[in-house]
Write a protein that binds this ligand. Structure first.
Ligand code: GDP
Ligand code: MG
Length: 315
């Protein structure tokens, strides 16, 4: 695209639009960072690893730039079919990106065992593929002492693939605005890809399902495996301005069904209340949320489910 067709903002600045892939080991803080920069919750944050199974994009506006974040599934060394599909999706996301950002948990990396295997293998793969302008984000600085941090920064800089280093706390939103300003200044010139007020291209139904799934995890992550999925079955706007949302929580076994239900329906009531509260905040309207629980075995081998998530079943 030539310069003269690039739209300009009100103050006559040319617009910029860039895709940023957020890489990092599970639990490094990718979702937290993306959410901090986007300013609204679009991706799922969980104290348990591997809850981000799909490429969810957050969109941030900064100055005259639109930044689109690709919050990739945590990259790890795959064994099972689902894991292979997740890893393949993560690396496929890179092809769309103008900028690659690697997030590292500094507390974990500065521990006795040094850099974790996931981060090392990501760095090796980036090197192998000739990446040179990777942005290094050292996250969770609130958990370590400065000397430890400088050591780690120097060691990673020596890898020769990082063009910029940021030391931040995504959780406390320290340094996150600096990253956004930097990304905005470097985004390629071009028109915005999404309306300016859009925070996520994830369909509302899916986002609503993700919110409920997060509440299930937050409440029950000691007792349940990852194999819980949530689907939004119905979305009915009512004349009084409220919305009725019907969702199904799919579990793998009857025993899990009772866990999600809880004594006298206790758990599901709390899960529903928490999800409804958040949905009302996001949607800005009253929400009637109806949750159903169903047993579905072997969803991890279900081809249709994979394409729904944008994952490749045969990866
Ligand atoms: P992801 O798997 O890389 O997307 O990681 P998440 O964003 O889900 O974060 C994993 C965990 O680390 C969550 O419990 C976050 O609250 C926590 N976390 C993320 N960033 C920070 C940070 O800057 N400081 C601290 N102390 N915890 C963080
Ligand atoms: Mg995540």
């Amino acid at each position: 695209m030539s310069d003269d067709v690039i739209p300009t903002t009100q103050d006559d600045a040319p617009t910029r639009c860039g895709f940023v892939a957020v890489l990092g080991a599970p639990n490094a803080g990718k979702s937290t960072l993306t959410n901090a920069m986007v300013g609204t919750k679009v991706s799922i944050v969980s104290p348990k690893v591997q809850t981000t199974r799909t490429r969810i994009r957050g969109i941030a506006m900064q100055d005259n730039s639109q930044i689109i974040f690709i919050d990739t599934p945590g990259i790890f060394r795959p064994k099972k079919r689902l894991e292979r599909a997740m890893v393949a999706a993560a690396w496929a996301g890179l092809a769309d990106a103008d900028t690659v950002m690697l997030v590292i948990d500094v507390q974990r990396a500065s521990g006795k065992r040094g850099l974790d295997e996931d981060s090392s293998s990501i760095i090796e793969t980036l090197k192998k593929n000739g990446y040179q302008d990777v942005i290094l984000v050292l996250n969770k600085v609130d958990l370590v002492n400065p000397p430890v941090l400088l050591d780690l920064a120097a060691k990673l800089h020596a890898e020769g693939i990082f063009s910029e280093v940021f030391m931040i706390s995504a959780l406390k939103e320290r340094g996150t605005a600096d990253i956004l300003r930097y990304l905005a200044s470097r985004a390629p010139l071009g028109p915005y890809m999404f309306p300016e007020d859009e925070v996520s291209d994830l369909p509302m139904r899916m986002l609503a399902a993700e919110i409920t799934r997060e509440k299930v995890f937050l409440k029950l992550y000691h007792e349940l495996p990852y194999s819980i999925t949530v689907e939004t079955d119905k979305w009915t706007e009512r004349p009084d301005g409220s919305v009725k949302i019907d969702q199904t929580i799919f579990v793998a076994r009857d025993s899990q069904k009772s866990i999600v239900l809880g004594k006298g329906g206790d758990q599901i009531k709390h899960i529903g209340a928490a999800a409804r509260k958040e949905l009302e905040e996001i949607l800005g309207q009253k929400v009637h949320l109806f949750l159903f629980i169903k047993v579905r075995e072997d969803w991890a081998e279900d081809r249709a489910r994979y394409s729904e998530w944008g994952l490749d079943f045969d990866a």
